[in-house]
Design a protein around this ligand. Structure first.
Ligand SMILES: Cc1cc2nc3c(=O)[nH]c(=O)nc-3n(C[C@H](O)[C@H](O)[C@H](O)COP(=O)(O)O)c2cc1C
Length: 504
């Protein structure tokens, strides 16, 4: 195999272990709901990544797969490690790095053999229930196999490969049903197969270098192949191997690959959903959805299954939240840079919002700048499921500090003015429980519809200058002068506070 700086899942787990960022769950855990509850409770405690090693029904001798890895990208610390940084690397450093590396492309290289094909299962050897797939949440409609599986498809015309993460549920031993969104990368490719009346080949990759998940969960522009972006991050071509039953390529040292095809014939569709979705709600109504007919499963010796608990709830953000936060902040910077908007200092996506809202910190250069920023973000394809709420703040507001942002919203806006702008009827998420049902009818509308909001929490330039305000348009803030603070600091011990000990 080509030597490269790509890791496999096992190397990643070793790295996390050395850094105290991995725990082995050695006691028995039921795949049915319990595994999801354990994962959320560990998330609530800002705990480490999880390797479940004793899953009910999957620890007998002869079991094909006994282990499941989760929460690998479930904190900024672990994302820093996966990106090659120290674990305490600042958010903005990672955003700058990602902004630069999303544009670096190194095409993959084909290799002849790889550990992922140490076992090749076809025909009646195929059984999806051989893998410890959780029913993550008690309201889920079934066992969700595709939660952190990277889905590989190929454009039949251009041959460009797309890699994305999309949910899928086990239907039976050899079928999975999926929410195949028409505006997503594989949805655009599926539309071409539909027109041809042909099934779409597909490969689900579980467990490899987590850079794959970091990129697959991100809207790379349709003309760019995610494998090329992964190469750019690792500074080397991704070593890929040909699938056994479909014309697709997958990482040679992945843990598990499921190969198959999706028929465009609605008669083949099966019920899918509901699912504890990214929003933290079970907002979807089950429906008949496209089915992946599995043609082969390949895997390493003693494979490790990879999954993730979806659904951000206050205090329990997961992998999608953290990777989306860094990526969305970087993508917003790229959009504004491409639009020629200067003065953007920082962008911050709070993990709980998964990019549904974004805070943009600017050194304001003209009054209409926040509107220009919102228009640029909303006009970009990558905002399809993101940037419902855009908040723009001045340079004195730390965009990652909710209190500071709230202070700016409270005292720098006039809700009766165009500090608040609602842009109605633009494409958006169909999974947002806050949207009225009629805006979520993908079958009729082609995609969800959002009404989006800009909160321009910058100081307005419309007020007249006033002598009392040091000839500025906005009143001064009642912070203390540095010299006054220094004077108090030098006298601090002389105040002899009672019942309270503190250093200045
Ligand atoms: C853990 C995780 C789960 C995701 N689940 C879904 C999903 O079920 N459906 C979906 O359309 N997008 C899902 N996404 C978001 C897509 O992966 C993301 O929009 C990505 O840009 C898709 O790639 P594409 O732009 O090539 O379509 C998920 C992302 C992550 C990280």
């Amino acid at each position: 195999m080509t030597e490269s700086s790509f890791f496999d899942l096992r190397t990643t787990l070793n790295l996390l272990e050395r850094k105290g960022e991995l725990t082995h769950v050695t006691g028995e855990v039921d795949w049915d709901v319990e595994l999801g509850v354990v994962t959320r409770e560990v998330m609530r405690r800002n705990g480490p990544a999880l390797l479940f090693e004793n899953i009910k029904g999957y620890h007998h001798s002869g079991a094909r797969c006994t282990r499941l890895a989760a929460s690998i990208l479930g904190s900024f610390r672990r994302i820093a490690l996966v990106l090659g940084f120290e674990e305490d690397t600042p958010y903005n450093t990672m955003v700058e790095y990602v902004l630069e590396h999303n544009a670096k492309l190194i095409p993959p290289v084909m290799v002849d053999s790889g550990a992922v094909q140490e076992h090749v299962l076809t025909g009646n050897q195929i059984n999806l229930y051989d893998f410890p797939v959780p029913r993550w949440h008690h309201l889920d409609g079934g066992r969700y196999i595709g939660t952190m599986g990277c889905v590989v498809t190929k454009d039949p015309d251009t041959k460009r490969v797309n890699v994305g993460i999309y949910r899928s549920m086990i239907v039976d031993e050899c079928r999975m049903a999926a929410l195949l969104g028409g505006t997503q990368g594989w949805g655009l490719i599926f539309a071409k197969y539909k027109e041809r009346g042909e099934p779409m080949p597909v490969a689900f990759v579980f467990g490899w270098d987590p850079i794959m998940e970091f990129i697959a969960g991100t809207p790379v522009p349709p003309e760019i192949c995610e494998y090329d972006v992964m190469g750019g991050y690792r500074g080397a071509p991704a070593p890929l191997i040909k699938c056994k039953t479909v014309d697709l390529e997958v990482p040679a040292s992945a843990e598990i690959v499921i190969e198959g095809s999706v028929s465009p014939d609605p008669a083949t569709y099966a019920m899918e959903g509901p699912f504890g979705e990214y929003s933290g709600y079970v907002a979807d109504v089950p429906a008949k959805r496209p089915v992946i007919q599995v043609s082969a499963i390949t895997h390493r010796n003693d494979p490790i299954f990879r999954g993730t608990l979806e659904g951000a709830l206050p205090g329990t953000c997961g992998e999608n939240s953290y990777l989306t936060s860094i990526q969305r902040a970087a993508i917003a910077r790229r959009i504004m840079r491409n639009a020629g908007i200067s003065g953007v200092l920082q962008t911050y996506v709070h993990p709980i919002t998964k990019g549904t809202s974004i805070v943009v910190q600017i050194k304001k250069q003209y009054e209409g700048q926040p509107k220009q920023i919102a228009a640029a973000l909303w006009g970009d394809r990558s905002s399809m499921y993101q940037n419902k709420i855009v908040i723009v703040v001045d340079e004195d507001i730390d965009p990652s500090d909710y209190e500071a942002v709230d202070w700016a919203i409270n005292y720098r806006i006039d809700p009766g003015s165009d500090d608040l702008v609602i842009f109605r009827g633009i494409v958006g998420s169909a999974l947002d429980p806050g949207s009225p049902p009629e805006n979520r009818l993908v079958a009729e509308l082609g995609a969800g519809i959002w009404n989006r909001l800009l909160i321009d929490a910058t100081k307005t330039w419309r007020f007249p200058r006033r002598a009392e305000w040091n000839n500025q348009k906005f009143p001064p803030v009642s912070t203390n002068r540095p010299a006054d603070i220094e004077r108090v600091k030098s006298k601090w011990s002389s105040y002899r506070f009672t019942n309270w000990k503190t250093e200045f």
